[in-house]
Design a protein around this ligand. Structure first.
Ligand code: G3I
Length: 302
C-alpha cells in the first residue's frame, strides 16, 4: 500500500503518530496525519495536569479535539498516560500517602471512565523504573505511596474501561541486556502470574545516537510477548532519522506476532520534542524523508 497505516494494516498492524491538539488547525499537519496514520496518541492532552487541572475538576476539551479528529477518520486512539511522575497538576504537590494514592486512583477511574469504549489501549502507568543500572523503581511521589501503586492503577483502569488494552509504558527498555528492561520484564511476569490486569507493554523506543537501536531489540520484543502480552512500540524516534534503524525496527516488530503496532512520536521534525535531532519521517516542510521511504518499504515487505 502507499501509506504507512494502510501498509501496516495489510500485515495486521497499525502505524501511528503522536498528535498535538494545537497543531490540528495547520492543514499541512492534519493532512499528513489523516492520510498516513491509523493510530493516534495525544502527545500531552490526556496527561494528569491537562485533564485534572484542579482536583476533581476534569477538563477534556483538548483531548476530545484529538479523539474527534481521529474517530471522524476511522483512526483509533492510544490513551497516554493515566499515572506518571511527570506532568502532574500543581495541586498534587505536598500530597503523599493515602491522600495521594486515592487522588491518583480517582484520576485513573474518572479519565478511563470518561473515554470508556473509545480507547484502543491505555498507557496506564508510564516510566516507573529508574535508570540506575540496577532495575530499581524510580523514586517519585507515587512510588512513595507504596510499591503496589502500579498494580492498583491497573486494577482501577480495568474496572473503569474493561475493553481497553492496559499497557505499562517506559523508555530505555529496548536493550534486552539492560537491568531496566529485565526489571520491567519481571514486573510483567509477576503481574501475569498474580492476575493483575495487564495486556501490553509499551516500548517508547526513543533511539538516541547512531548506535542506540540495539541489535537484540527483536529478542526484547519476543521475550515480552512470550509472557502473554501484546507489545507496542509507542514513541519511536531516531536521531537524524537513521533509515536503517527505522527499517530494522519495523522488521523486528513484524517478526513478533504480538508486536501489534508502531507509533512515531510526532509528524514532522518541527513537531518533535527533539526537533534539533530531526528524528521523524517528515521534514519541517512536510516532505517525506528517506527514512519514510525505508519504513514504507519495510512495512510492505513483511
Ligand atoms: O502548552 C504550554 C504553553 O502554553 C507554554 O507557553 C509552553 C512554555 O514552555 O509550554 C507548553 O507546554 C509544553 C508542552 O510540551 C506542550 O508543548 C511543556 O512546557 C512541555 O514540557 C511539554 O513537553 C512534553 C513532554 O512530554 C513533557 O514531559 C512534550 O511535548 C512531549 O512530547 C513529551 O512526551 C514524552 C511522553 O509523554 C513520555 N515519554 C517521553 C516523551 C518525550 O519526553
Amino acid at each position: 500500500a502507499s501509506t504507512l497505516g494502510a501498509s501496516a494494516a495489510e500485515h495486521g498492524r497499525y502505524f501511528g503518530t503522536a498528535i498535538a491538539a494545537g497543531r490540528l488547525s495547520n492543514s499541512q499537519y492534519s493532512t499528513i496525519a489523516g492520510r498516513e496514520f491509523n493510530m493516534i496518541t495525544p502527545e500531552n492532552e490526556m496527561k494528569w495536569d491537562t485533564t485534572e487541572p484542579s482536583q476533581n475538576n476534569f477538563q477534556y476539551g483538548n483531548a476530545e479535539q484529538i479523539v474527534s479528529f481521529a474517530s471522524s477518520r476511522g483512526i483509533r486512539v492510544r490513551g497516554h498516560a493515566l499515572a506518571w511522575h511527570a506532568q502532574q497538576p500543581g495541586w498534587t504537590n505536598g500530597m503523599s500517602g493515602s491522600t495521594l494514592r486515592n487522588a491518583m486512583l480517582n484520576h485513573v477511574t474518572q479519565v478511563a471512565t470518561h473515554f470508556r469504549g473509545r480507547i484502543y489501549s491505555w498507557d496506564v502507568v508510564n516510566e516507573a523504573f529508574a535508570d540506575d543500572g540496577r532495575g530499581s523503581r524510580r523514586d517519585s511521589n507515587l512510588q512513595r505511596t507504596g510499591n503496589d501503586w502500579i498494580e492498583a492503577a491497573f486494577r482501577a483502569a480495568r474496572s473503569a474501561d474493561p475493553n481497553a488494552k492496559l499497557c505499562y509504558n517506559d523508555y530505555n527498555t529496548d536493550n534486552w541486556n539492560d537491568a531496566k528492561t529485565q526489571a520491567v520484564y519481571n514486573m510483567v511476569r509477576d503481574f501475569k502470574s498474580r492476575g493483575v490486569p495487564i495486556d501490553c507493554v509499551g516500548l517508547q523506543s526513543h533511539f538516541t545516537g547512531g548506535s542506540s537501536y540495539p541489535s537484540n531489540y527483536r529478542t526484547t520484543l519476543s521475550s515480552f510477548a512470550a509472557l502473554g502480552v501484546d507489545v507496542q512500540i509507542t514513541e519511536l524516534d531516531i536521531t537524524n532519522a537513521n533509515a536503517t534503524a527505522y527499517a530494522n525496527t519495523v522488521r523486528d516488530c513484524y517478526a513478533v506476532a504480538r508486536c501489534n503496532g508502531i507509533t512515531v512520536w510526532g509528524v514532522r521534525d518541527s513537531d518533535s520534542w527533539r526537533s534539533n535531532e530531526s528524528p521523524l519521517l517528515f521534514d519541517g516542510n512536510g516532505n517525506k524523508k528517506s527514512a519514510y521511504n525505508s519504513v514504507l518499504s519495510a512495512l510492505n515487505e513483511g
